[in-house]
Design a protein around this ligand. Structure first.
Ligand SMILES: Nc1nc2c(c(=O)[nH]1)N[C@H]1C(S)=C(S)[C@@H](COP(=O)(O)O)O[C@H]1N2
Ligand SMILES: [Mo]
Length: 305
């Protein structure tokens, strides 16, 4: 990692590692932290939004990925992303905003407080993990650039760099990868932009240097390596919906009662859980129903999947 984050807190201001270790006396988590002391650490505070479930190991989180820009096999993103350069980085913010422009990542990070958010991640393919993200609420950034009253959606775009992303040299998807949220979903406190995990800058394969995380939705909504955020009036294009709209909707809320046309969504395989664990039941809104069910009051979730 060659780049540094500018944060309002210094490392001495918080004791995230101690807090982290106290919270989970798990040898697996501790071993990962202790095994990587050399890398630059980010300053952050713990969050009440974190789950108490045991996080997956760094090895699992950074070795089993979906990031088709680097290939479609789970090990491709790690193996094929070594030449990707997440620094320097800028995000264009435009559309229905008061202060549009190209924002350097350092500028964005200078105005936010990083938090650790330990979230469940549920892929539409019916596997899941628990990831200790480092990030900040998307709402903090949107408030800073000023959302105009007419904005009803937020659109996101991944970087286009076929020279660094071998998957983009093939027509696997309609590049660039695009995703979107309704404005109330984007402003929800659970919705974050992640810049790290396990206390360190994001590995390239996890969407360096900045990616979306929306924990109550299927993983494909959590778009990686973002270079553009646009506030729009109409529903923005979403890559998987455009590709196969009968299987992947705009909302993509985790829902054990609405099956994928080709497989059940009632249960999931927790990656790395071993032979004993088997499958665990999938929870409504991935376990975040108390926080987000109200966003969808009156909607038919089988129709607006
Ligand atoms: N740009 C981009 N973002 C992406 C994807 C992708 O292929 N390209 N895959 C999505 C899918 S399907 C999932 S499950 C998550 C996986 O995130 P992870 O590899 O960090 O676990 O990233 C999402 N974001
Ligand atoms: Mo996914």
């Amino acid at each position: 990692m060659t780049y540094r984050f500018k944060t309002p807190l210094s490392w001495a201001d918080v004791t995230p590692k101690a807090a982290f270790l106290n919270r989970r006396q798990l040898m697996a988590g501790a071993a990962v932290l202790l095994a990587t002391p050399a890398l630059a650490r980010l300053s952050y505070t713990p969050s009440a939004y974190s789950t108490d479930e045991a996080p997956n190991t760094f090895e699992e989180i950074s070795g089993y990925n979906n990031f088709y820009e680097f290939g479609t096999a789970k090990e491709d993103p790690r193996n094929n992303s070594r030449a990707f350069k997440p620094d320097p980085w800028a995000v264009q913010i435009d559309g229905l905003v008061e202060r549009p422009g190209s924002y350097d990542l350092a500028d964005i990070l200078g105005g936010v407080a990083l938090e650790e958010r330990i979230y469940r991640l549920r892929c539409v393919e019916a596997w899941s993990m628990v990831v200790p993200w480092i990030g900040f609420q998307l709402s903090a950034l949107l408030d800073r650039v000023g959302v105009q009253p007419g904005a009803k959606y937020v659109a996101f775009e991944t970087v286009t760099r076929p020279e660094e992303m071998p998957g983009q040299r093939r027509a696997i998807l309609d590049w660039p990868y695009r995703e979107g949220l309704r404005i109330d979903e984007a402003m929800h406190p659970l919705t974050i932009l992640a810049t790290g995990l396990y206390g360190e800058a994001l590995p390239n394969q996890n969407g360096a240097p900045i990616r979306l995380v929306v924990p109550w939705k299927y993983g494909f909504k959590s778009i990686k390596s973002i270079v553009r955020i646009s506030l729009t009036e109409g529903e923005p294009p979403a890559t998987w919906k455009q590709m196969q709209g009968s299987e992947y909707g705009f909302y993509a809320n985790v829902n054990p009662e609405v099956d994928h046309p080709r497989w059940s969504q009632a249960s999931e395989r927790r990656v790395g859980a071993g032979l004993f664990a088997g499958r665990v039941p999938t929870q409504m809104f991935n376990g975040y129903a108390d926080e987000v069910a109200g966003l969808y009051a009156g909607m038919d979730l089988a129709k607006d999947y």
